[in-house]
Design a protein around this ligand. Structure first.
Ligand SMILES: Cc1ncc(COP(=O)(O)O)c(C=O)c1O
Length: 422
């Protein structure tokens, strides 16, 4: 049988680093990425027939679990009709109508193919609508891999921006001002230093890409107020938090309504979908109504629209209660095990949780990048490997969060306990 190692070696010859997205390479984890051949519920199975309880869940979209039967049926039926038209079709209309009936803080939505595309368009829309160029983003928030979001800078360095990727032109990075989460003084200074030039502030209202950096609602409210005061727009990037922490994401949970929202992940139920949503007067800036251009050959792909709609329809109030209850139980099982395992080998860990997300880290109350322990990756390696050997699959990076789904039910939690204490 082909081994994981052989497949990875072959993959590295054909594809840079053997992967199509860097985190999949298990870089620094001293083990070979598992090649997954199938999945069901909370489980994934590799090509050697080993199964794992999955807490990565495709990095978030699979809120119902893998291969949900109703989503599968809807996809098979959609497939029999055809899978791309490049025309108007009823499927995206059904999804848009359903979404807007439950997201009462926006009037319109446009579908794209990924979270990155959604953010790219949201930024252009904000700039087009305000006729200003600069964007404030926060260190520790990830907004996909569009050039202008691959920038970092230290606290108090507003106005000097350094790219975190080669290939990002200086001209692009100059218009991105990076501040620390919670740095109200820095934001005030930034609006003074760049008066009349700031188009928008973008934030993950629940930052979940560099650990889980839970923000005070008062900070989000401050962002709402300061943007209004300075005629700038507020963009909530709800690619992870949308349809997960509540149907209406952090916007619904906090009651703080941004000007533009970006969605991804759960909105497509595991198929490639992203979206931008806002009030009509802002959305009217998009082509063909307005002059902010945006387009896509495969945008609103009928299969993805159907998969997304079937997934989202199942996310009732009761489903959210169940999802959060699953997560609470899982967090308490992991917490107990971390304290007890191997005479306290992992006792330095604690879990930070929010709704159905968790982050395994060694200190509590971390809410900005500065507070993340510098040895986090080193410490994560033995934990990740121990769990992998026990048939438990975490997201393969110390900064990534764990995702709980509706399929992580009591039966799976019992199996988790068995595997942990085996
Ligand atoms: C908050 C946020 N924004 C944007 C993105 C980019 O989405 P995608 O990977 O679909 O391009 C991600 C991806 O993890 C994300 O978490």
């Amino acid at each position: 049988m082909t081994t994981q190692n052989e497949l990875f070696e072959k993959s590295k010859k054909l594809v840079p680093g053997g992967v199509h997205s860097p985190v999949r390479s298990f870089k620094g984890l001293h083990t070979t990425p598992r090649f997954i051949k199938k999945s069901h519920g909370a489980m994934i199975e590799d090509i050697d027939g080993n199964d794992y309880i999955d807490f990565c869940m495709s990095f978030g979209p699979l809120v119902l679990g893998h291969k949900d039967e109703d989503v599968e049926k809807s996809l098979v039926s959609a497939l029999s009709r055809g899978w791309s038209y490049g025309t108007c079709e009823p499927y995206s209309l059904d999804l848009a109508e359903y979404l807007l009936s439950r997201l009462n803080f926006v009037d319109q939505i446009r579908f794209v193919n990924s979270g990155t595309e959604a953010v790219m368009t949201a930024l252009r829309l904000a700039r087009g609508a305000t006729k200003k160029n600069k964007i404030i983003k926060f260190n520790g928030c990830y907004h996909g891999h569009t050039d202008s979001m691959l920038i970092k800078a230290g606290s108090g360095l507003a106005g000097t921006s350094e790219a975190s990727s080669a290939g990002v032109p200086e001209g692009v990075s100059e218009d991105t001002l990076v501040l620390e989460l919670g740095d109200v003084e820095g934001i005030e200074q930034c609006f003074k230093d760049h008066a009349g030039q700031i188009a928008a502030i973008i934030i993950e209202p629940l930052p979940a890409n560099n650990g889980l950096l839970i923000q005070d609602t008062s900070f989000l409210q401050y962002l709402r107020d300061v943007t209004k005061k300075n005629d700038a727009l507020l963009i909530f990037d709800e690619v992870i938090s949308g349809f997960r922490v509540a149907f209406g994401g952090m916007t619904e949970l906090t009651g703080i309504v941004p000007d533009i929202l970006t969605y991804g992940k759960i909105i497509g139920g595991g198929l490639p979908v992203g979206a931008i949503a806002a009030k009509k007067e802002i959305m009217d800036n998009l082509a063909p109504v307005g002059n902010v251009y945006q387009a896509g050959t495969l945008s609103a792909n009928p299969l993805a629209m159907v998969g997304g709609l079937e997934t989202l329809k199942k996310m009732t109030t009761e489903a959210y209660a169940e999802l959060n209850a699953n997560a609470e139980k899982i967090i308490s099982v992991f917490t107990k095990w971390l304290k007890e395992y191997n005479n306290g080998e992992f006792a330095h860990y604690s879990l930070t949780g929010h709704s159905s997300l968790f982050w395994i880290v060694s200190e509590e109350g971390i809410n900005c990048m500065d507070k993340i322990p510098s040895d986090i990756t080193e410490k994560f390696n033995p934990l990740f490997k121990t769990l992998l050997d026990k048939g438990i699959y975490l997201s393969p990076n110390s900064y990534e969060v764990g995702f709980v789904s509706l399929a992580h039910n009591d039966e799976v939690i019992k199996e988790l306990e068995t595997r942990l204490w085996k």
